[in-house]
Design a protein around this ligand. Structure first.
Ligand SMILES: CC(C)(COP(=O)(O)OP(=O)(O)OC[C@H]1O[C@@H](n2cnc3c(N)ncnc32)[C@H](O)[C@@H]1OP(=O)(O)O)[C@@H](O)C(=O)NCCC(=O)NCCS
Length: 143
């Protein structure tokens, strides 16, 4: 799915497999009849344990536009609320309108603020990578 998205950085099979072992609590895979159709990889920031960093989100093209990405993000927010997570962060490249819309939708429906700041520029990313804008969402309501 990461490769097929043509947008996400494609990491090695080993890194995704290791992620499933070590960050399962903050990640989710959606399946449709046993076939994976979406995933979110995230981690709790070691130096900001109230913050869930969303690393990658992908939904298979045939399953887009039906709220699946939002369902996965909502599931992670609900799952980690009891662990003190109050903020969600992610980076978005300036040309990725669907990703920006997805995180804006999440912030809006959780009644949260969303700030955007430049995190990494081309100079940090070997020059051939779009800049990454940090989206910071929160505080999530305590229910
Ligand atoms: C971004 C992505 C994960 C969205 O998945 P999805 O399941 O189609 O998204 P949802 O149906 O849950 O939509 C969530 C919100 O984003 C909006 N949105 C989704 N795709 C959109 C698009 N192409 N254009 C405009 N808005 C879009 C939806 O309208 C919805 O907002 P709403 O609640 O105001 O109606 C999917 O397009 C994808 O996999 N893209 C390639 C990988 C990528 O860019 N990942 C994000 C970078 S981390």
């Amino acid at each position: 799915m990461a490769r097929d998205s043509r947008v996400l950085d494609v990491n090695s099979p080993y890194s995704y497999t290791l992620w499933c072992r070590d960050f399962a609590d903050t990640s989710v895979v959606a399946d449709d009849g046993g076939r994976p159709c979406g995933f979110v990889t995230g981690y709790r920031r070691p130096d900001a344990p109230d913050t869930l960093f969303i690393w990658q989100v992908a939904v298979d093209a045939s399953h887009r536009g039906r709220g699946l990405a939002r369902r996965m993000l909502d599931e992670l927010a609900a799952r980690t609320r009891g662990q003190g997570i109050r903020w969600v962060e992610a980076t978005v490249t300036p040309d990725n309108a669907p990703s920006a819309a997805m995180f804006s939708s999440f912030a809006r429906d959780h009644g949260c603020g969303l700030t955007r700041t430049r995190l990494f520029g081309r100079e940090h990313l070997a020059g051939d990578h779009e800049p990454e804008v940090l989206f910071r969402i929160g505080p999530l309501p305590v229910r």
